[in-house]
Write a protein that binds this ligand. Structure first.
Ligand SMILES: C[S@@+](CC[C@H](N)C(=O)[O-])C[C@H]1O[C@@H](n2cnc3c(N)ncnc32)[C@H](O)[C@@H]1O
Length: 231
């Protein structure tokens, strides 16, 4: 029965990397383990009041590692749901001396179980799987409910940064954003590097971005501000 249930949402995993990730338990949290910090990441996990940011889909962690070393004062939570990739990233993260991060082996569809209302300063979401076939589009993470969750966990005026190589996914995102009143669109570009070379989103290349740039694929970028009443 357990094997019939989606391994990304069910907690009793048969994937061997789930167990292996336990050896990094000073900075890796698996599934519901991260939920224990919900509402108290600054106080109980990082034990400081620095800004709190989340990256969904950290992949091989190039952005995460660069960002953490450039901004030691920022508390960074990386996240990916692939087991082996998470394990490989954990091996690299372990070697870093300064641990201004945690890593979640968890699903981005559970963001509001991991963070409480207005807990995050920024959310990063770079090169998400585009699920290009029509019959698979429902698997895209970027859906109304996901937007609602990101809106809920971001502070008023908190930022949501997105990059994708995929034109159809970018159009999909733009249409949803125009439909949902959760974010102000500060920047939307279908070629961010050409149109906004000074923008934060043009200032770094993730691992997947390098591959797309080599193929001359324009990078699409969004900078969004969370529209919410302040306290
Ligand atoms: C195309 S890769 C991009 C990785 C990295 N952001 C980069 O730009 O190099 C997409 C990553 O998102 C992860 N991912 C996809 N859907 C996810 C979800 N629902 N929750 C967490 N991670 C997810 C995948 O496992 C994969 O590592």
């Amino acid at each position: 029965m357990e094997q019939l249930i989606d391994q990304n949402t069910y907690f009793s995993h048969h994937n061997p990397y789930h167990e292996k990730l336990k050896s990094f338990d000073d900075f890796v949290l698996r599934d519901e383990e991260g939920e224990a910090f919900r509402g108290n990441w600054s106080k109980n996990a990082f034990k400081n009041q620095g800004p709190l940011v989340l990256e969904i889909g950290s992949g091989y962690g190039h952005f995460m590692m660069d960002f953490c070393s450039h901004y030691p004062e920022i508390n960074f939570v990386g996240m990916d749901y692939k087991f082996k990739r998470s394990f490989q990233l954990a091996q690299k993260l372990e070697k870093l001396e300064r641990k201004n991060f945690f890593f979640l082996r968890a699903n981005g569809a559970r963001v509001d179980r991991l963070f409480s209302e207005s807990e995050l300063d920024q959310v990063f979401y770079f090169f998400p799987d585009p699920w290009p076939k029509n019959k698979h589009k429902k698997k895209r993470l970027f859906q109304k409910n996901f937007l609602k969750q990101v809106h809920s966990v971001l502070k008023p005026q908190g930022k949501f940064f997105i990059k994708t190589d995929h034109s159809d996914y970018a159009e999909w995102m733009k249409a949803l954003l125009l439909e949902c009143p959760f974010f102000q669109i500060e920047t939307v570009s279908f070629d961010i590097r050409q149109e906004h070379p000074e923008h934060f989103l043009s200032s770094f290349q993730t691992k997947f971005e390098k591959i797309f740039l080599k193929k001359d694929i324009p990078i699409k970028g969004f900078e969004l501000t969370c529209l919410k009443e302040g306290p």
